[in-house]
Design a protein around this ligand. Structure first.
Ligand code: PEP
Length: 252
């Protein structure tokens, strides 16, 4: 997969009917080429509708979370192998809402990352600093540590994506400045090089945090920004496509 990607994190939104309707509209509106650069991340209970609806299209989909075991006594968890069997190509790992609300620790995220890679799926590992981290100049330390720990058992020869999502920019409307984004993505690219000099340049680094149609072109133009992870603005087909299309105006 090459190019610029937009992944829509629907979080705990949409009914099965709304998901099916979204997918129908997306397939009608996005060209075949655009479809190859879009990923939908529905909540598990509507994954079936998304998987069925996307069959035969170029749009990929993935989970928002999974466990690192494929089956067993893990009440409430989602199996990565089942997700794969349903057609998922991706799964988020360590979204800040998982880290903060559900207290997911780094060692668990490393196991999830490795488990997904072992199944041939692509983990989208999310890292990002809090407002306090930034205020106290800890951004670099935090995002490099989160990256190293999440990748501790990962295989550099297998596909993996990274998403830089400053916690203070998620769902707040407060987007990071181009300077902040470029600096953080540069730091992450360097950390990836230290992890795997051979493959680091091929690992997409997405930016996430209040991406909208209005700011997508200026963010997409930055060095080391290879795509977006989009929450709120991915819930409507028109918004998602505008973001993708605006990003293309500065990249082609
Ligand atoms: C997210 O959920 O990953 C996200 C970036 O949300 P939003 O675009 O709404 O800030």
């Amino acid at each position: 997969m090459t190019g610029f990607f937009c992944a829509g994190n629907w979080k705990m939104n949409k009914t099965p009917e709304q998901a099916a309707q979204f997918v129908r509209q997306l397939k009608e509106s996005a060209t075949a080429e655009e479809q190859k650069h879009l990923v939908l991340l529905p909540t598990a209970l509507i994954a079936y509708e998304v998987a069925q609806g996307l069959k035969g299209s170029g749009v990929a989909w993935g989970g928002q979370n999974c466990y690192f075991e494929n089956s067993g006594a893990f009440t409430g968890e989602s199996s990565p192998s089942l997700m794969k069997e349903m057609g998922a190509k991706f799964c988020l790992v360590g979204h800040s809402e998982r880290r903060q609300i559900f207290a997911e620790p780094d060692d668990m995220l490393a196991k999830k990352t490795a488990a997904l890679q072992n199944l041939g799926m692509i983990p989208i590992v999310c890292v990002g600093e809090t407002q306090d981290d930034r205020r106290w100049n800890r951004t670099q330390e935090v995002i490099v540590r989160q990256t190293r720990l999440a990748l501790a058992s990962a295989d550099p020869s297998k596909p993996i994506w990274l998403a830089y999502e400053p916690v203070w920019a998620i769902g707040t409307g407060q987007v990071a400045t181009p300077e902040q984004v470029e600096e953080a993505h540069g730091i992450l690219r360097k950390a990836l090089k230290e992890w795997s000099a051979m493959t680091s340049d091929r690992i997409p680094i997405l930016y996430g945090g209040s991406v909208k149609a209005e700011n997508s072109a200026s963010l997409a133009a930055l060095n080391n920004v290879n795509g977006f992870l989009i929450g709120g603005a991915s819930l409507a087909v028109d918004d998602l496509l505008k973001i993708y299309r605006n990003s293309q105006t500065v990249r082609s």
